[in-house]
Design a protein around this ligand. Sequence first.
Ligand code: ATP
Ligand code: MG
Length: 215
Amino acid sequence: METGRFVVKEVFSIRKIGILGGTFDPVHLGHLTAAEAVREAYDLEQVLFIPAGEPPHKLDQTKTAAWHRYWMTVLATLDNPKFDVSPVEIQREGVSYTIDTLMYFREKMGSESEIYFIAGADLVFEIAGWRRSDALFERCVFVIVTRPGFDFGRLRDNLSGVLTQAQLNRIAPLEIPALEVSSTEIRQKIKAGRTVRYLIPEAVDAYIRKNGLYR
Ligand code: ATP
Ligand code: MG
C-alpha cells in the first residue's frame, strides 16, 4: 500500500519517534492531545499512530473493520505534519503484538534511534504481561500519560512490585491535560443518537456518518 511505503521510507532518517498503538475505534481527541503532548515534551520528529489489526486483549469484542479504523486515524492526523499512521499491524496476519511492531521499526531505524512508546495510565499494569515484555523494555521507553480515573501519583511505587528496577527506569510518566473521553463512550453516544461534537475531529465524525458506523 502506498501509505505503508511512504511511512517506511520516512522513518529511515528519523532518530526520535513516538509510537501510539491502539484500537482507535474510533480515534478521539484524547489520543490526539496525548500524542501532541508527548511529541512536544520529548521533541519527537514524528508520532506514528498504529491501529491494531487484532488486539490480543479485545479478541472477544466486535471491532470495526480494521481499514475503517485506519482511515479514521488518517483523517484525524491529517493536519499535523508530525503525525502519521502506519498500517503495519493491519497488514500483518493474525493477532497484533507490540513486540513485532517494535522489532519492525527498530530494524528500519537502526539501533541508534530512540523509540518512545506512548500509553495511557490505564495500560501501565498490563505492559508487564505483554508478549516478551522483557524485550519490549530493551527496545523502547514507555511514556505513560495521565488518564482521568487512573491513579497517577503513586505510579512508580505501585509498579515497583511488578517491574524490575531496569524496567522502571524505562518508564517515563508524563502529566498531560486530562481529557475524559474514550472510544467506548463515543461508540455508546453515537448508538444512542447523542452528539460527539468536540470529542472527535469533524472529519472523523463525517466519516462515521457516511459509513453508518456504530449505529
Ligand atoms: P476503548 O474504550 O475502546 O478501550 P480507548 O479510548 O481506551 O478505547 P484505545 O484505542 O484503547 O482507546 O487507546 C489507545 C491508547 O491511547 C492507549 O494507550 C490508551 O491508554 C490511550 N488513551 C486513550 N484515551 C486516552 C485519554 N483520554 N487520555 C490519555 N490517553 C488515552
Ligand atoms: Mg482502551
